[in-house]
Design a protein around this ligand. Structure first.
Ligand SMILES: Cc1cc2nc3c(=O)[nH]c(=O)nc-3n(C[C@H](O)[C@H](O)[C@H](O)COP(=O)(O)O)c2cc1C
Length: 327
């Protein structure tokens, strides 16, 4: 399969790791790149935090070692000038391939301050933000929610304005802000937008199987964002890639539990090194909670891992499980 040129980037395939706050840190991004995604995203990064020189915020920018690239840095904010300054600071730090704007987040701490999906209420502000970031020269990707009748512009009109202002690519999460993460995503709304702007739109929402991926791609989306589906089952990535004919590592489509554990431990050790034991423990438990399904002894292992309170214990449990699955 040949590479794709989309949104100003050349990508190996149309399956991409969505931005996930609290999750898509470098070790997780590298893990999903190993499983085959063609693009990754940072968590949403606060423009205000960047401009204040907050060390933690600056640490969220860019790839430490390139294993997670191509990478889009996603910023959120409500002030176009501040967003531009934040983006300039980020560019000085480097280590990413495109800029993203979050016009999708419905959560109160972002939404109430005028950022995220709130920007759909203020098309002029969204346009100015887009213009300012587009002129910095990196590909500009914008992720947004579906508009409602209460918004000044329809989803399509709002997107037309963003593209005119210089956005290189748009991703529609087919839920409204008030739905948050509940209810079904409106796949038809995403496909209608993809038809309106061919090649410029990718999809987000309810991607849990290779069929869900296909529905969006066959309907004209340029790519598909993987979010909660791969938190439940990371190996959806290689299976969906194989289904699309992107080859990849066939042994990853249905890995043995021992192989799953080897990959998890590699990610976990990276997480511990980058963020410390507590964070590594919490995130790894989250992944383990839905793995090894269908294998004898799997639920006992998941329970044992969940009860571990420190990294050494968790690592020991997983290594024990790995040898029991091998024998
Ligand atoms: C834990 C979590 C964190 C998220 N963080 C972000 C974020 O930082 N930026 C963003 O644009 N979307 C974020 N999202 C939304 C996802 O990228 C995606 O659009 C959404 O989950 C819909 O896809 P799904 O139904 O397949 O999960 C987040 C979602 C979840 C579940």
């Amino acid at each position: 399969m040949t590479a794709l040129d989309v949104g100003g980037l050349t990508l190996e395939n149309p399956l991409w790791l969505a931005p996930l706050a609290g999750v898509t840190v470098p070790a997780v991004r590298a893990f999903f790149r190993r499983l085959g995604v063609g693009l990754t995203h940072t968590e949403m990064v606060s423009a205000a935090g960047m401009v204040m020189g907050n060390r933690k915020t600056e640490g969220m920018v860019g790839s430490p070692d390139g294993r997670d690239r191509p990478l889009i840095l996603q910023l959120f904010g409500d002030d176009p000038a501040l967003m531009e300054e934040a983006a300039c600071r980020a560019l000085a730090l480097g280590g990413f391939d495109g800029l993203g704007i979050n016009m999708a987040c419905p959560m109160p701490k972002v939404f109430r301050k005028g950022s995220g999906a709130r920007l759909l209420e203020r098309p002029d502000l969204a346009r100015e933000m887009t213009t300012r970031l587009a002129r910095l020269g990196l590909p500009l990707w914008i992720k947004l929610r579906k508009a409602t009748e209460a918004h000044p512009l329809s989803t399509e009109a709002f997107c037309g304005l963003l593209l005119e202002a210089g956005a290189d690519h748009l991703t529609l999460h087919g839920r409204t802000a008030s739905q948050r993460y509940e209810g079904e995503a409106d796949g038809e709304a995403v496909l209608a937008l993809a038809r309106a702007f061919p090649g410029m739109v990718s999809a987000s929402g309810d991607v849990y199987s290779p069929d869900d991926v296909r529905r969006y791609l066959d309907g004209g989306c340029a790519g598909v964002f993987l979010a909660r589906g791969i938190l439940r089952d990371p190996f959806l990535v290689p299976r969906a890639l194989a289904d699309l004919g992107f080859g990849g590592d066939e042994t990853l489509c249905h890995p043995s539990p021992a192989k799953e554990i080897a990959l998890l431990l590699e990610m976990g050790r990276d997480l511990k090194e980058d963020h410390g034991e507590r964070f590594a423990l919490v995130l790894l438990k989250r992944f383990v909670s839905c793995m090894f399904k269908g294998f004898t002894g799997a639920s006992a292992i998941r329970r044992a891992v969940a009860s571990e309170m420190n990294w050494t214990g968790l690592e020991a449990r997983l290594l024990e499980a790995q040898s029991s699955f091998r024998s």
